[in-house]
Design a protein around this ligand. Structure first.
Ligand SMILES: Cc1cc2nc3c(=O)[nH]c(=O)nc-3n(C[C@H](O)[C@H](O)[C@H](O)COP(=O)(O)O)c2cc1C
Length: 201
């Protein structure tokens, strides 16, 4: 068996301790992320995933903004932890905002020719998100970077969309940090294979 992909998948982990010690040019990273998302499969080839990549002060501002929004949502004690988290995220090299264009999802859901799949279209857009996020995550780690994924949506969705003047149909689905690897991944346990997999032959 060829295990190149599996080896990359095993290498992909959540890394919280990220830094700015990255030598790959930002323009190359942007092109790479674009290509990965472009070549990720989607239901009916609907391509509902939209991506915004943030570097430098734009990246810092994402986590400043998130901190400001969370300050109004959590009590003072919890905010100390939140603030620490935000400063950890800010230390990474950049971030990727993943959106779903709900106009695309709606167009497919409303298409009478594929009415049978009406209620699957949103789920499939989430699968498109999963495919794209996993591919970007694994691809960045193949290039020696570390990655973590966050979900401060929907709390930050409206201000982020306003800041970057994004279309109203774009629904924020995830925020992914990436940067140089400055720490190790946590231990990870796996459910027994017998509980998850079956084979019949
Ligand atoms: C769909 C999805 C949502 C996740 N959401 C978060 C999140 O909001 N915050 C976070 O710190 N990690 C998040 N994670 C990371 C998972 O906790 C992590 O992938 C899992 O514990 C396995 O660890 P590993 O990535 O090191 O293999 C998410 C992962 C996935 C796939």
């Amino acid at each position: 068996m060829n295990t190149q992909l599996l080896d990359l998948m095993k290498h992909r982990r959540t890394i919280y301790d990220l830094g700015k010690n990255v030598t790959i040019p930002q323009a190359d990273l942007y092109e790479y992320i674009k290509a990965i998302v472009k070549y990720t499969p989607t239901a009916f080839n609907s391509q509902p995933v939209r991506v915004v990549v943030l570097f430098n002060e734009q990246h810092d501002q994402l986590w400043d903004l998130t901190g400001e929004i969370l300050q109004d949502q959590v009590d003072a004690d919890a905010f100390i932890r939140t603030k620490a988290k935000m400063s950890t995220f800010k230390k990474s090299f950049g971030s990727i905002l993943f959106f779903t264009d709900m106009d695309v999802v709606k167009a497919y859901a409303d298409n009478p020719k594929i009415a049978t799949y009406q209620y699957d279209q949103y789920n499939w857009s989430e699968q498109a998100q999963g495919n794209a996020q996993f591919a970007v995550w694994t691809g960045l780690e193949e290039n020696g970077l570390g990655v973590n994924i966050q979900h401060y949506n929907p709390l930050i969705s409206a201000p982020v969309k306003a800041k970057y003047k994004l279309p109203s149909s774009w629904q924020l689905r995830a925020e992914m940090n990436f940067g140089s690897v400055e720490g190790t991944a946590k231990d990870k346990e796996f459910i027994e294979d017998e509980k998850r997999f079956k084979m019949f032959k």
